[in-house]
Write a protein that binds this ligand. Structure first.
Ligand SMILES: NC(=O)c1ccc[n+]([C@@H]2O[C@H](COP(=O)([O-])OP(=O)(O)OC[C@H]3O[C@@H](n4cnc5c(N)ncnc54)[C@H](O)[C@@H]3O)[C@@H](O)[C@H]2O)c1
Length: 249
């Protein structure tokens, strides 16, 4: 399948996990790519993997909480490749903490990266995506759909991402822009690894988040992101798709 031949995709969080898997998937299907992340080493490795697929790739360190950096990168992408067809907002952070212990600064930080970052990317890319009748795919989470214990900040940020996704779908659908989201759960990446549990978690509560099947790698999410971003998803707008092995079925 070469669904992205002649198309240009901008991927955030591309240094690792779901972002890297998505970049490589889009590259394998013919996309040219502008990749951003905070982690320069991982980003360079993703760029190498994409070039191995034959893709044209630009990459830059960019913090999704900094509007000027975001705007400069979107501009650089359009200058280099001449267009922008697909925006994949994948950069994110998680913080699990008991509600009565999380600080306001921690709460704000999670919203700043996951929600405000997604908002700023969508806004900066909008005119270019309207010009190509392009597509946005945002990364929400199962925590936007059901309570995630200790996830007051994370779940709130992802609930915002889901609402933003539907808003843009409705506001710009008549102009040919599509905006959808994925809701991953139990995906094997650095984020879901050890060390994210708060002190003394109630494991009975955490069991609610367990997948019915064995955890999968980030490629399973990348495949759904690619479908939503491609013409296979042409009649899908304002939708979110769980990729969670049935956890919330
Ligand atoms: N892994 C899961 O089970 C799971 C479940 C639900 C949702 N998600 C979401 O999927 C997305 C990707 O997560 P992942 O599992 O691949 O995690 P990951 O930690 O492997 O990747 C996240 C990437 O985002 C980058 N990033 C973080 N803050 C940034 C910033 N301020 N500016 C630019 N880049 C930044 C990191 O450097 C990292 O490369 C996130 O939005 C996450 O919330 C993951």
């Amino acid at each position: 399948m070469r669904r992205f031949e002649g198309r240009v995709a901008f991927v955030t969080g591309a240094a690792a996990g779901i972002g890297r898997a998505t970049a490589v998937r889009l590259a394998s299907e013919g996309a040219s790519l502008h990749l951003i992340d905070l982690a320069e080493e991982g980003l360079a490795e993703t760029a190498r993997l994409c070039r191995e697929q034959g893709a044209q790739v630009a990459h830059a360190r960019c913090d999704v909480t900094r509007e000027a950096e975001i705007r400069a990168n979107v501009q650089a992408c359009v200058e280099r490749f001449g267009r922008l067809d697909v925006l994949c907002n994948i950069a994110g952070i998680i913080l699990l903490q008991h509600f009565d212990r999380i600080t306001v600064d921690q709460f704000r930080k999670v919203l700043e990266v996951n929600l405000v970052g997604t908002f700023m990317l969508c806004q900066a890319a909008l005119p270019h995506l309207l010009a190509t009748r392009g597509a946005i795919v945002n990364t929400s989470s199962t925590s936007a759909l059901a309570g995630l214990p200790y996830g007051s900040a994370y779940g709130t940020s992802k609930g915002g991402v889901s609402a933003l996704t539907r808003t843009l779908a409705v506001e710009f659908g008549k102009k040919g822009l599509r905006c959808n989201a994925v809701n991953p759960g139990s995906i094997k990446t650095a984020m879901s690894g050890q060390g994210i549990m708060p002190e003394s978690p109630d494991m009975q509560l955490m069991a609610r988040t367990m997948s019915l099947s064995k955890p999968q790698g980030p490629e399973v999410v990348a495949a759904v992101i690619a479908m939503l971003a491609s013409d296979d998803g042409i009649h899908i707008n304002g939708e979110e798709i769980r990729v969670d092995g049935g956890t919330l079925a």
